[in-house]
Design a protein around this ligand. Sequence first.
Ligand code: HPA
Length: 256
Amino acid sequence: MLAIIGGSGLTTLSNLDVSHREVVRTPFGEPSGALVFGQICGHAAVFLPRHGYGHTIAPHAVNYRANIWALQQAGVSGIISVASVGSIRPDLDPGDLIVPDQILDYTWGRKATFFDGPGTPVRHVDFTMPYDAALSQRIVAAAKNLDIPVHVGGVYAATQGPRLETAAEINRYQRDGADVVGMTGMPEAVLAREMEIPYAAINLVANHAAGRGSSSAGIHFESLEQVLHEAMGRVRSIIEETVGCNDACSVAEGTV
Ligand code: HPA
C-alpha cells in the first residue's frame, strides 16, 4: 500500500475511493490529520494532508515524526510526497513538475530524528541518496506513459518558512546547487529513511523563487493558487498511473 502525503493544493485526494479514516496516536503526538484509507482504481492507498485538512499547520509546525510514524504503523510500502516549490533553475517554470533526486537542508529546530531521547541508542542512517530511486523511477515512468512532462532529478532546498526567501538567500541556494526551494521536504524525507520506508517526491513549481523571473520584484500569491490548482490535475493522474491504474496485469490488492 502506497501512502500519499499531500501538500499545499492537495488537501484531499479526489481519486481515492475512501474506505475508512483512522486517527492514529503516536509517541510523538498527533499527525497532521486522520489517515484516509481507500483504493485508487482497486489499489490500496492511504492519504495524509501534511498541513491538515483545513490547511492550518505551517511547514515549521508540521509534526513530521508523528506523520511518518503513523504511516509506518499503517504498514505502507512507500510514500509519495507531493509538495509545491519555487523554482531557482532558469529552465523551471510555474506549472512544471519535478521528481527531485537530492536535498539541501536549511531547516532548523525541527525534530528530525526518531533516534532521540534518554536511553535511545545513537544511530546514523545513510542518506547519500535521499529519495528512493525505484519509487522515483516508477513516478517518472508513469508520467512518461501519460505524456506528462516531468523534470527528472534536481536538488531540493528545504527552508524553514513560513516566510518566503530573500533574493539573496535564493542566490546563495543556487550557488550551493539548488534547483528548487520548498519548506516541507525535511525532515520528512530523513524520517522516512529512518523508518526504512521508500520515499519519493513530486514537486510542482508554484512560482519563480524570490528575485527570479516573474518574482523579480516579489512573489504574487494570487497567481500561485491558480498554478497549483491546474498542476494538481496532472499530479493526480501521475499518482493513479504510479499505483497501477492502467496496469491490466497487476493484482488489485497489495501490489503497490
Ligand atoms: N519558497 C519556498 N517554498 C515554496 C515556494 C518558494 O518560493 N513556493 C512554494 N513553496
